[in-house]
Design a protein around this ligand. Structure first.
Ligand code: MN
Length: 540
């Protein structure tokens, strides 16, 4: 193993270890009054949308959460002096609460665990006394917040609503201009306040004893979409070569409907743009869960898949105004500024009319585009690889993932390969998922060196398969489940059950836009239950 690889993995192990250490604290049901560990008390910052948005900084001191409400939120910016209102202590059971507080109750609104970790008092052994005296210096070791902070009581304190200032010292962790609102996701669930409010998992009943106050709620399902109605489909069929299609309340302008985009396969008739549009509308309930909330890159073939296609990322000026888009703030001039975010049936129809044959969503989700939600394994066959070789490799991954206790599902690409999609919990970086997939892939590849090449350049791979872990990077993507591929007959990338790898009928391009709807109606989508699964990647 190369040095670089070993470094990456030991670095990752360290990070996972410290993550676990924090996680374990948070789920340990400790009796009130016990400190987490000598000199290692916990802290939490909850982002709380009540009558006014604020952040609650809570430090574990002598078995309670000593609390300050910080309207602008804590920051790493050493120039900021944030108002922090000292509020009543909270019970230790509130530490990892995330959910809603009923309207009408004190603090009614929604709460996420915005940051958590451990803290240590500085320059004192008696933090309770330092707080009483009105000045506490302390270090935070969180996932967002780190370094030396100071809380100082202002002179004109009103009892019960004491005004303090929260300041970050100018140390190695200081970041000028750092704004907590730019880091809006929960460290517990990866969700925003809005997402928690829409589908809360717990309710805080302030009128109950602390031990019973967090009431679990049945988990709300994710968003769902309806397919077009028979009337809407009839209206599409009735259009001439162009026209306006009213679907689910949106009007989509359609053009060149009878243009052939895909030649036929096996004596079948060719596939027109109307066929692709109809397919996008029909498959939407299955495909949209993989697209919603993510920037999407499109592989377009306006002259049909027999002619060269091109990648399209920037939302064009003629796109409908209702199309959701995301502005990439950190894009350089000349880079894509606005990406489409496909979150509705009409948006998927618009893409088909745009001859966007292949859809490649990012593996990270907005707003945190640097955190992947999927780790991707790509078995990329070489010119000499047979599909049997690909199946051998896929089965080896199955054994490896099984052994590790990792849940994942394979999908045929619609071309020649197989990919394996692994859901991951929030908090991993692309470097983490890339290093992890590389390690699993190296282990798999070592068992069948005759099938695999690690050469970067295709012409040096001697026709062998590549186990490509490099797609685990920002703005690198793999084709979406149920997206068509640019080949005769419009084959589709389709998730399959692991046992289907044994099916002698299986082919990587078995299903097309004409046949896959029957399949999903009968067997569903085996990958769907893994969407949003918060899965730890075990240390290798
Ligand atoms: Mn609050």
């Amino acid at each position: 193993m190369a040095d670089g690889v070993r470094d990456a993995s030991s670095d990752q192990q360290e990070r996972l270890h410290s993550y676990r250490a924090k996680r374990d604290f948070s789920v340990t049901a400790e009796p009130a009054g016990s400190a987490a560990r000598e000199g290692q008390s916990r802290f939490v910052v909850q982002r709380h949308r009540a009558r006014r948005l604020h952040y609650d900084l809570r430090l574990e001191v002598n078995g309670v959460l000593v609390s300050w409400a910080v309207p602008k939120g804590p920051t790493l910016d050493p120039k900021a002096r944030q108002l922090a209102v000292h509020v009543e202590d909270h019970p230790i059971e509130y530490f990892d609460f995330e959910g809603i507080i009923p309207k009408g109750e004190y603090g009614g609104g929604d709460v996420i665990v915005w940051d958590w970790g451990t803290w240590q008092p500085a320059e004192t052994d008696d933090p309770a006394r330092a707080i009483e005296r009105g000045e506490l210096h302390f270090d935070l070791h969180g996932e967002k917040l780190a370094g030396r902070f100071v809380l100082i009581r202002r002179d004109e304190a009103r009892p019960g609503k004491e005004q303090w200032l929260l300041i970050h010292k100018n140390d190695d962790h200081a970041r000028t201009g750092w704004n907590p609102e730019d880091h809006p996701l929960s460290v517990k669930s990866g969700r925003t306040n809005g997402e928690v409010a829409a589908a809360p998992e717990a309710l805080w009943r302030g009128d109950k004893p602390a031990g019973e106050a967090a009431v679990p709620l049945a988990q709300a399902p994710g968003p769902t979409w309806d397919p077009p109605t028979p009337d809407e489909l009839a209206a599409l069929d009735a259009l001439g070569s162009a026209g306006r299609w009213l679907i689910q309340g949106r009007e989509v302008k359609l053009t060149n409907l009878d243009k052939v985009l895909f030649p036929g396969r096996d004596e079948e008739p060719p596939v027109s743009k109307r066929d692709l549009i109809r397919y996008h509308a029909m498959i939407a309930p299955f495909m949209l869960p993989y697209l919603v909330g993510r920037p999407v890159n499109s592989h377009r073939f306006p002259d049909g898949v027999d002619r060269p296609g091109f990648w399209h990322k920037e939302v064009p000026s003629h796109a409908p105004r209702w199309l959701s888009r995301w502005h990439r703030e950190d894009a350089d001039p000349g880079e894509t500024q606005y990406y489409a975010v496909i979150d509705s049936v009409p948006a998927l129809v618009w893409l088909a009319n745009f001859a966007a044959v292949e859809l490649h969503p990012w593996t990270s989700k907005l707003p945190d585009i640097h955190q992947p939600t999927w780790a991707l394994i790509d078995i990329d066959p070489g010119s000499r690889s047979s599909f049997d070789d690909v199946l051998v490799l896929a089965r080896l991954y199955r054994v490896a993932l099984d052994h590790l206790g990792v849940e994942a599902i394979p999908k045929v690409t619609g071309q020649r390969g197989i990919q394996i999609w692994v859901p991951v919990r929030p908090g991993y970086t692309f470097a983490d998922t890339r290093a992890w997939v590389e390690q699993v892939s190296r282990a798999v590849g070592r068992t069948v060196p005759e099938l695999v090449s690690w050469e970067w350049h295709k012409d040096r791979r001697d026709g062998l398969a590549r186990l490509d872990y490099t797609q685990n990077a920002i703005n690198k993507t793999l084709v979406a489940p149920f997206s068509a591929r640019p080949a005769a007959g419009a084959p589709v990338s389709v998730p399959i059950h692991w046992d289907e790898l044994q099916d002698p009928e299986l082919r990587p391009d078995l299903w097309t836009i004409r046949t896959v709807l029957d399949r999903v109606r009968s067997v569903g989508d085996p990958l769907a239950p893994l969407i949003g699964r918060s899965q730890e990647l075990p240390v290798l």
